[in-house]
Design a protein around this ligand. Structure first.
Ligand code: ADP
Length: 162
């Protein structure tokens, strides 16, 4: 039987326990899950592309069918290249809905064969975002419960709080 291959795209600046929750659940459903870290030139990330990828690799070390890559072009092209027929997106509050619907509709227009799967976040993480983690950490706040241990250490190092 053909492998079920999915792509989970995002900026992951940095990966949080909310992302990890989606990744762990999606990795049970799909044979191969590509985490596609966007090299988005319009956003100025705190962590470089290499750092973001390294943090995800360490945080997903226990998941053998999860592969971390980067991508800069159109998601539909990347998915085709990987023979993936599914895109995973996480949904938090209603606020995510409109934006996600717009992207999913555009991707469907570009490639009707590529299906978008939305996964509801676990309730503990519904208000968790990379941006709020960055902000709290920048003021020396404790984010230990919200991010993988490797990210917690990287944030402390970035903000010279170690
Ligand atoms: P983007 O820049 O594409 O929004 P993010 O790294 O912020 O990239 O998010 C990637 C995906 O992960 C998106 O589908 C987003 O909705 C989802 N996501 C972000 N935070 C959480 C969370 N706490 N719980 C579940 N999904 C999340």
């Amino acid at each position: 039987m053909k492998d079920k291959i999915a792509v989970y795209p995002g900026t992951f600046d940095p990966i949080t326990n909310g992302h990890l929750n989606i990744i762990e659940r999606a990795a049970k459903t799909f044979d191969i899950l590509y985490i596609s870290v966007l090299n988005n030139s319009s956003k100025k990330p705190l962590f470089s592309l290499t750092e973001r990828m390294e943090l995800i690799k360490e945080a997903t070390d226990h998941l053998p069918n999860v592969l971390v890559e980067s991508s800069a072009g159109l998601l539909v092209d990347y998915a085709k290249e990987k023979s993936a027929h599914a895109v995973i997106r996480g949904l938090r509050a209603v606020s995510d809905f409109e934006y996600e619907l717009q992207i999913a509709a555009m991707n469907r227009t570009l490639d009707p064969e590529l299906e978008t799967f939305f996964m509801m976040t676990s309730p503990n993480y519904s208000f968790l975002s990379s941006s709020i983690v960055r902000e709290v950490a920048s003021y020396g706040g404790n984010v230990t419960e919200l991010v993988p241990a490797v990210v917690d250490r990287a944030l402390k190092a970035k903000y010279h709080k170690e």
